[in-house]
Every structure is written in C-alpha cells, then in structure tokens.
Design a protein around this ligand. Sequence first.
Ligand SMILES: *[C@@H]1O[C@H](CO)[C@@H](O)[C@H](O)[C@H]1NC(C)=O
Ligand SMILES: *[C@@H]1O[C@H](CO)[C@@H](O)[C@H](O)[C@H]1NC(C)=O
Ligand SMILES: *[C@@H]1O[C@H](CO)[C@@H](O)[C@H](O)[C@H]1NC(C)=O
Ligand SMILES: *[C@@H]1O[C@H](CO)[C@@H](O)[C@H](O)[C@H]1NC(C)=O
Ligand SMILES: *[C@@H]1O[C@H](CO)[C@@H](O)[C@H](O)[C@H]1NC(C)=O
Length: 945
Amino acid sequence: MTIRILGFLFLLFFLHEDSSAHFLPKRSIDLIAAHSLIVDSRLPREIAPNSYSVDLHPFPEEGHFKGHVQINITWHEPTDKITLHVHEDLKISHSEIKIIQFAPDDEKLKLLISHKPTEIKILRSEVVPKKPFYIIYLEKELKIGAQCSVDISFSGKLYNDTSEGLFRSNYINTITGEKKWFIASQLRPNLARKVFPCFDEPAYKATFKVSVVRSKTMHALANMPLKKSEELPNDSKWVRDYFIESPPMSTFAFGILVSDFVSIHINNTGDENDLETNISIWARPDFLSAVENSSEKIYTSVKALEKFWDFKFPLPKLDCVALPNFQGTRPADNWGLIFFKESELSGKRSWKITHELVYQWLGALATPFWWSDAHINNALARYVTSYVTLKISDGKETFHNWPMTMLYSIYYEFSKRYPHGKVMAIKQDSSSTKTELVFRMLNYTIGEDTFIRGLQRFIFDRQFRTFFSDDVWSCITQQARIDRVLEESITANEIAGSWIAKDRLPVLNVIRSEDGTSAAITQRVYLRERPHDVPDQEKLLWWIPIVLIRQDHLNFSNSIPVMWMRRQREVTISDLPPSNKFIIVNPEEIGPFPVNYDTNNWKLLAEYLQSDEKNKIPVNTRAKLLHDAWNLAYAGDLNFSTALDMTRFLKSEREYLAWDAVFTMIDHIGRHIDGSNVHKKFLMYVRMLLTPLYEELGDEAQEGENEGKTNLRMSSKVFLCQAGYKPCIEEAQMAFNKWIESENPDEGNPVANQYICPVFKWGSIEEWEFGLQRVVNFPLSRKQSERTYLLKTLAGCPVDSWKIEKILNITILEQNGNFTDNDIYLIFSMLTGSSSGYTTLFNYLSKNWNALKKAFENKPQLWNSLITSSTSVFKTQEGLDKVTKLYKERQQDFGTAEFVITKALKNIKEEAKWSNDNLPVIENWLDNYLRLQNNGTRTEESKFL
Ligand SMILES: *[C@@H]1O[C@H](CO)[C@@H](O)[C@H](O)[C@H]1NC(C)=O
Ligand SMILES: *[C@@H]1O[C@H](CO)[C@@H](O)[C@H](O)[C@H]1NC(C)=O
Ligand SMILES: *[C@@H]1O[C@H](CO)[C@@H](O)[C@H](O)[C@H]1NC(C)=O
Ligand SMILES: *[C@@H]1O[C@H](CO)[C@@H](O)[C@H](O)[C@H]1NC(C)=O
Ligand SMILES: *[C@@H]1O[C@H](CO)[C@@H](O)[C@H](O)[C@H]1NC(C)=O
C-alpha cells in the first residue's frame, strides 16, 4: 500500500513522459523473462545424459566444497568426445575421470551378448579457454546407441557474496548469540556448472540421485525425500545423507540445503482431496513462528493448483524454506525445495507464494526448451497465479486490481511513439504482460472450461519433458476443436501470434448505421501520443474477438465472440438493436484493446451511466468505457465534450475500480492544460467530483473496510491536497511543524512523505526554505533517497516562481557546493512537471542566458538538459511564440543544443494544434457544467485555498 501511494505521488508530480512505468505492478522484473536474453555457449547435440549421481561435501566454515558426479550418457551421433559445461570456478583434477562403456554401440551385438563393461581410455581432457566447456577426448569414436558412465571428482568454492550457485551464509541465533552457518543453492538459469560438471541446458532432463555430506548437528534437504543416512567411516563428525532418485529434471531445478533450521509439517485436513505430498516449512528457530501462517496458504494453493492442472504435485515432498539473507530477486524455485526470502514467506499476501508454486509444474515438470521459450512460460505462470489467487481468496486479494492496472500500463506503453524507449527490462515486462492478457482473452473467448482443459492437456502432454511456445497454443487449439468452440480454420497459435509479435495494440472503431441495426468495425494501431506518424501502420493487423453487449439484452456472462476479425481491416456486423439502444464491444476488457464508437452510441452510454441502472454494467466495464473515452479524446480521436460527458456518472460512483483510472486521467489532462485559463475551471470540476466522495468516505479508515475503499480515500486525498483542500493542507502543515520545532532537524525527518508536497506547494516561504536548508545540511550518514525525495519535492511542487528561481540561483549561479550535477538534472526534470515549473525555467534561461551558458560551458549534457526542460514541454500557441522568439534571438548560440531546440519546436507545434482544437471545447463544456452546478459550487470552493 505504501508503495502504491508513493508510486502514485510519484506519478502525479514527478513523471512526465514516462508515467506508465510506475503503473506497472510492483514486481521485480521476473528473472525468467530476462533469461530469454541469455547468450550461452550451447553444447553439441551428439550425446545426452540419462542420469546423474551427484555427491557433494560442503565445508561451510572453510568456504569450499568437494564433490563427485557420475553421469550416464547415451550417444545420439557418433563422436569421440564428451563435452560438458564446467564453470571456471569448478576445479577438476584430470586424473580423476573415468569412463566405462556399459552398452555396446553395435545394435546386433546388443542382442547377442550382454556387454561386459569396459573402460574407455581418455586421450586427454581440457578446459576450453573463455568458454564454460570441459572436453574429454576418447581414444575411439563411439557410435549411436553407445552408453557410458563418466565419473568425475571436483572441488569448488562456496560463494558468500551472492545467493547464487552453491553458497553459504549465516545467521545469529538471538538466544545463544552463536553464528550459525548454512549452505544453499540457486542454479537458475545456468549455474549448475558452478557446482558439478553437467549438461547445463534446460532441455537435457535426467534423473538425479543426490547425496550430501553434512555435520551431525545439521540437517540436509534436496529435491527428493531422504532415503538413508550413513556415518562416514573413520570420522564420526560427518554423516552422508542419500536421497531418493528424482524423476527427470533440468539442472537448474537442482537444489540442496544444509542447515540447522527447524520445520513445521503441514497436516492434511482429512477430506477426500487430501494431498499425497508431504509439505514442510522451514526457518531458523527464532523465525519459525513468523512463517507459521504461510502453511495454510501453501496448503490451499497446492490443492488449488492440483485441481487447476488436474495433476497431482509431481514430487513426494515439498519443502518451503524461509532463507535468512537471501538476496535473489525472486525465490529460488528448485523442484520440491523452494527458498523464499524470510519476508516473502511471512507476508500477508499469497500471490507470491502461489506464483512460485505454479513454477513447480510449469517450469520444473514441463520445462521451456530454451530460455527464449521462457517468455511464454512466465506469462502463463502469471496468469495461472492470478487465476488461482482470485479463486482461493474469493476475489478478496486484488493485487493491483488485476488485470486493470497492468492493462492500463500497457495501453500507455504500446501507444507511445517509441514504445519502451530503449529500456529492455520494460520491453520484457510489457511483452510478458501482453501475453498474459492474451491468455486471459482466450479464456473468455473460448470459455473457461475449454481453456483450462487445454492447459491440462498441455501439462499432461509435456510432463517430465520440455516444450516450445507453440505447444501451449496447440494444446489449447486441440481442446477448442474437441469442444467445438473454434472453427476448423482458426488456431490459437495464429490468434496469439498476431498479438505477441508486435509491440503495439489495436484500437477498434465502431460506427453504427443510421437505424442502429448494423455497424462497420475497423481496426488500426492504437496511438495515443502525437504525432501519429508511425511507419508501416497499414501492415499491422490483429485477430480480434468481437464480444458484444446490447442494451436491450444486458448479459455480461456470455463472452463468446459474435465473430473474429481475422486480420481484416474492416468488417460489418448486423442484427444490432435500434439506434436508441447502445452496444458495448469488448466488455470487461476481454481483449487488450480500446474501442471507439459513433457520437450517438457514446451519448446513449453516458446517459445510461447516469441513470439508476448504471450498476447493471459491471464496474470493470464502467471503468473501461470511461478510460477509453478519455484516452481516445487525449489522442485526438474523440471529441472532448463526449469524453467529459462520460465522467458525469462519477458523481454517484463509489467503487474504487471505476475511479482508479480517473486519477491518472485527471493528471494527464491536467498536465496538458496546465497554465491555461481552462485549467482553473478543470480543477474546480475535479474538486466538485472529489470533495463529496472524500467527505463521504471520511478521514479515517473504518475497521474491516475493504482495500478498495482505503485506496480510494488515499487517492482522493492526495488529489484534493494538491488542489488546495484546506483541511488537508492544515493537517500537512501541522505535521511539518513538528519537524521545524524538533531540536535537531537534520537527524531525521518525522514527516510522512504525503505531507511534504502540499507544504512546499501551498505553505509559506519559510517552510519551503526550511526544507531547502535540510537538503543543504543533509548528513552523509542518512539515507540519500530521503534527500533525493526532498530535493524533488522542493523543485517539483511549488507554483511560486520565487521558490523556483531561488533553487536555481543556489544550485547553478551561486554554485553552492552541496549540490551535484545530478541534482541539477533532477531539478530540471522536475520542473517539466508543471507549467509554472517550466515557464519559470524558461524565463530564467532567457534572463540569465549568458551566465547559464558560461556555467555549463564544459557540461554540454547539462546544457542540453536545460534547453530540453525549459522549452520542449510548452503546449500552446503562446508557448510556441515564446520559444520561437528565443530561438530567433539566440539562433547562433544554442551550440550542442541546436538539435534539441529544433525538435522541441516541432513537438510544441503538434501540441499547440491539439490545444487549439481542444481547449475551447473543454472550456465550453466546463462553463456549461459549472453554470448548471453553480449553487453547490460556492460552498465547495470555500474549502480550497
Ligand atoms: C544408464 O541409463 C540407461 C537409460 O536410462 C539405463 O538403462 C541404465 O541402467 C543406466 N545405467 C546406469 C549405470 O545408471
Ligand atoms: C568470502 O570468502 C572469501 C574466500 O573464501 C573470504 O576471503 C571472504 O572473507 C569471505 N567473505 C565473507 C563476507 O565472509
Ligand atoms: C501436525 O500434526 C502433528 C502430530 O499430530 C502435530 O504435532 C503438528 O503440530 C501438526 N502441524 C500443524 C502445522 O498443525
Ligand atoms: C475466464 O473466463 C470466464 C468466462 O468464460 C470468466 O467468467 C472468468 O472470470 C475468466 N477468468 C479469468 C481469470 O479471467
Ligand atoms: C536570483 O539571482 C538574481 C541575480 O543574482 C537576483 O536578481 C534574484 O533576485 C535572485 N532570485 C531569488 C529568488 O533569490
């Protein structure tokens, strides 16, 4: 929640062109997705492993381990070498390799006599320079069908600075004060080669017999249950634990733990669907009680997943471990032995836990052939996690209003002129989100039963094996054929392909005929930012399901499309209701695309939403209609008065899901018209919408109220505060005053972040200067992120040009040594967030041209940044005139920023055109609205500064 609100504040005030990144659900970018970028040295395909027998003996205190592996290999092509993955940290002593051939390579011989194992001579073996390969050259070539076992002894180091490979760490027992060591492993994506020589690619699945040597006071765990333990001969300190042989698995799923942790066993409840697998939760003794609560979550999730996949948990046991100091960005999902961060296992929510459990089937049981196929695995895992979480929490766990928040984020991302900029991580994440939404779309359009049976078919088919992306879609297609929900000519592969292959989304335009009974539907690429001159637009076409709701028959439970647009530019549908009844296409955001209508249909929708019957349209569809209307208007594709009419129903709307998108839109539009005359009226309108809402919700959360209500209160409060709502500002100033009065204000900041911006915006010069002084004096010993936050708000929040000029004077012209170049960048970028910010910066630049030019003489980057921030965000004709004038006056003098300013002028022209077209329409609408509501207004307005 804190994250949400912070993200929200951030969005409001600190982000300009890139707000969408902050709408992404706050998950770490899944490592799995990043793995698809892996460029690894692939092994030759001639031989493949059948089984491993791995023995490891770690020495936790000394920081190293030794081990032995026996790999049983089959020849699939004739060759005289064995190539294995071995990391340079793993040491092999050449004298300790042995190769025994136990199956002959001559098929005829195999039938006649039983082959006597013979040792094969090794000519030589070598580490390949700069590649993670170890090659063993044999004295002769073996033919197809030959089988050998390779025995290798090795030693390696226990990593202690990362949680990767085989690593050691420790914790302090709080009762005895003792330092306790433990050893754990994390081999995803290709770190098994740091632990034992192997075929370290997901496609080489083999069975594993594991044994681990541990001290008597410790306990060992591996992927499978313990089989037996033996004391080492001549040394009573050590015990060797043997584990049962695993089913075929990939090397990355291998895991061990040696520790003195304690456990809780999760007991079955005794009903007929009891689990057949033994589940335990492990933690250090002091922490066990903190993770007790997770047992029910794990039990429930595993059961729900068994039902979902129609496939029992694939191993006889599952250990979930809360690992102290675990540094992985996501849990280590070893098969049957998952390592979580302590906080993840003790947390309140279950999404993350379920997410890891999903990978026990999807990833461990059925495994992507190569990391490039992990993309789909990842998206499907997220879909299944969300499905199961919604199911078991009965809709109570909302995790970012799945899928709306992430849907909006990709709407913003993919409609940019340049999606994702150059940020690969964002690209990965939004592609994965898109694929997840394609799964969701298929679920709706072929029906949940068929969809789930298709996935069950897939898991059943690929169990203990690997798969390619296409296998998933093929299984869904097969099931859909059997259930007769897809025509023979349609495949899920083709549908999905049309969505996955592009970094774009479509928009539909639905224009009904005069009498309403038919409609022409066209698709084109959805672009929101101007200009819309994206190349190759005419080539982009999608498979789009037309799911239709009609006013004279409001049935939201049927989500089967009336037709598919088969990469057709335009189709016609008929049998629609007469022109006085609306239709809705793509309700519930079934497919990830917005829909535009003719004016009359929008008008019918707006009227209906203001009637008492509005709740017959489910909240996600209400939100969609609103979101689509505003964003289409923002893009220039819909008249603004139509879009504003769609907001009228908000007066009586109390559901968070409907409001959620509104805050972003108010911010986007507000920013766009900031500084114009219309802006004041717009703010007045926003206040009239929000004040009654907020006052009805009350200041304080009530006991047991739902999360949505809490979020709605928070969001509306943040907005009202920014709009100058007095009660809120007084509260903020009171909180801020505590800081001013504290004895040593530089020791720490007692003010909650949410109060800082309102104080810097609406508060006194003294309050603002107090803040500035805190940045100047900020001690190195405190968290620098707090300093950054202060600096951002000091520059980004004020509307008073004096404050802005002051901070520019200090940091640039007076060259105060407490500010770095990075601080100056930050200030510039913050100033682009409001028209008072960039207008003041522009005036400052015009007034102090020579001094600034001199100050940045040797800092072309900063100079460019100054020119960009002070010019490129103007949005009106007036702004265009100002910037043009400056450009003419200083034409010879922009230096490195010449390119920046010409680009800025081009953008402003585009935006000024938008403003010319839209501002009068918006103003006119607001004037009418405000006139009609005039009576209520005066009382409301008195509550604002
Ligand atoms: C090697 O693998 C083959 C095929 O899985 C199996 O038949 C054979 O028994 C294994 N041999 C050893 C020594 O593990
Ligand atoms: C990690 O191990 C290395 C070598 O084994 C050792 O020099 C270093 O001090 C260790 N670091 C920590 C934090 O234990
Ligand atoms: C499971 O049952 C055992 C034996 O009856 C009991 O000691 C243990 O506390 C139970 N575990 C949980 C998590 O309830
Ligand atoms: C899947 O589709 C059905 C309609 O067939 C719908 O009721 C259900 O909510 C969908 N599930 C998810 C997780 O979107
Ligand atoms: C900024 O510096 C200029 C030139 O020294 C001065 O005229 C102006 O008053 C200063 N502004 C503020 C707000 O301190």
